[in-house]
Design a protein around this ligand. Structure first.
Ligand code: PHE
Length: 475
């Protein structure tokens, strides 16, 4: 059997894992959800959940992945009898997420091109049209939507083809620091605009009303956001863990990943909301329209230099999105590469990267054609009764929302919950401790905390998140 090549350095691993965590979820999900769910109060709930659930699940996933040195599917098959099948759930989620992630990544490429057009006064710029008009025209142009989605998916595929060290680690080691620099540039511009304070107030003003009114709702929103943002409850961290050197300290790395991810989410808020409030107070602050309508209006309002900021900004979002989508594709590719290697078929990474990308493109094309619902493709939850559409409670605005709810809202918290039950009650938390302490000098100081959480606190909180999300989804 060929040797499985993993990450070369701790820095490279960290950049790849942070790259997976930092993505579209941080840039528009977090600031917006924080603003509309109690600001600072939401942040507190988020941080508590990140400590009591995020840290525990991250450590657990990295540890079981490294212990087996196998893909998510093989990891669960090796470790568990009761949860043998859980790896399949962990591999199905990336498919769903890739579908809308690549579609949105494609939109970012389109918007970077638009700003290049604006900079040179070219025809492929916005041509003086408002952000809303440009966006609507783009959403209705199904061919363009699909073409840009495919470009993004191809980019993802090419990096994954390069392998864990040669593709993913290399890309993230350069891309992540570049992203940080660009983010700082945008923050400085955004926060120095007149009127920027309103955005900061929206985001940080403590407001305990939402907590009092709908605690379960806030908990579910923060929980879903946390799983999505930290890339947990699915195969990503298990897969990355399986490529991690046995000498590295898992507990410490998990903490660093969580801190960075939260920091970038807050920084993204500082980059996006003050500008949105200062230059487009009427603009919508939620969802894709924040990123593509409101912010494009902001850049248009700045004159020529706005095009430069636009290019930097969308490039930054593309970097964040690609470093996440490669981790999603890697979950699938790792599984098939391992299988091929075990059968002595040699290194089939390139072939499997192409096949996995092709498979992911099916759902992606559906999301692209739907154009965030602008093209009105059929969505589950909408039924024709006597010639008129009736909307059931399960109805979502578009395919993107539907896949998002399914993955972020249900499959990820469920996957994480079951993993905790497996570690807590079937294989025992000491398996995780032994893996972390297999190298002398890496004492798992947080073991007592880990043990209590993984058995009782984390599953309980995740069950609450799940109930809150399901209530939201169906009722
Ligand atoms: N964490 C990424 C984000 O915040 C999304 C993601 C989810 C990536 C799950 C990989 C796995 O955008």
């Amino acid at each position: 059997m060929e040797e499985r090549k993993g990450f070369k350095s701790t820095f490279g691993f960290l950049m790849a894992a942070v790259g997976s965590a930092v993505g579209l979820g941080n840039i528009w999900g977090f600031p917006n959800k924080m603003g509309s769910n109690g600001g600072f109060a939401f942040l507190l709930v988020y941080i508590i959940l990140a400590v009591l659930c995020g840290y525990i699940v991250m450590v657990g996933e990295l540890a079981i992945g490294r212990k087996t040195g196998k893909s998510a599917i093989a990891t669960y098959q090796t470790l568990s009898r009761k949860f043998k099948w859980l790896g399949w759930l962990a591999t199905l989620s990336p498919f769903l997420i890739l579908s809308f992630y690549c579609a949105l990544g494609g939109y970012c490429i389109k918007y970077m091109v638009l700003n290049v057009g604006n900079l040179f006064g070219a025809e492929f710029g916005t041509n003086g049209l408002s952000g809303g008009a440009v966006f609507e025209a783009f959403m209705l142009n199904q061919t363009e939507g699909v073409v840009f989605g495919i470009i993004f998916l191809l980019l993802t595929m090419l990096i994954v083809m390069g392998g864990v060290a040669g593709g993913i680690e290399k890309f993230c080691s350069v891309g992540m620091p570049a992203l940080a620099v660009m983010l700082v540039v945008i923050i400085i511009r955004s926060c120095t605009l007149p009127g920027a304070v309103e955005g900061l107030k929206f985001m940080f003003m403590p407001n305990f009303e939402p907590l009092k009114e709908n605690f379960l709702g806030v908990l579910a929103t923060a929980g879903g956001q946390m799983f999505f943002s930290l890339s947990l409850g699915m195969g990503v961290m298990i897969t990355y863990g399986s490529y991690l050197d046995k000498k590295k300290d898992i507990a410490k790395n998990a903490l660093v990943i969580i801190c960075f991810d939260t920091l970038v989410a807050l920084m993204a808020g500082l980059a996006v909301l003050p500008a949105a409030f200062a230059l487009d107070p009427e603009g919508k602050i939620g969802g894709p329209s924040l990123l593509f309508v409101t912010l494009q209006n902001v850049f248009d309002n700045m004159g020529t230099i706005g095009a430069v900021f636009g290019i930097i900004f969308y490039l930054l979002v593309i970097l964040a999105a690609v470093s996440s989508s490669i981790s999603l594709l890697e979950v699938i590719v790792t599984h098939f590469c391992d299988k091929a290697a075990a059968k002595g078929k040699g290194d089939k990474r390139k072939a499997y990267s192409v096949i996995a990308a092709l498979a992911a493109s099916v759902l992606m094309v559906l999301v692209c054609l739907d154009g965030l619902g602008y093209s009105g493709y059929w969505v589950p939850g909408r039924v024709l009764v006597d010639g008129a559409w009736q909307y059931t409670a399960m109805y979502n605005d578009c395919w993107l929302d539907f896949f998002d709810m399914l993955s972020e809202g249900i499959m990820m918290p469920l996957g994480a919950l079951l993993m905790c039950l497996m570690i807590g009650y079937e294989i025992g938390p000491d398996v995780v401790r032994d893996e972390i302490e297999r190298n002398e000098g890496h004492k798992m100081k947080s073991y007592g905390f880990f043990k209590i959480c993984v058995r009782f606190i984390t599953p309980l909180l995740m069950a609450m998140v799940l109930i809150g999300q399901i209530k939201d989804f169906f009722l």
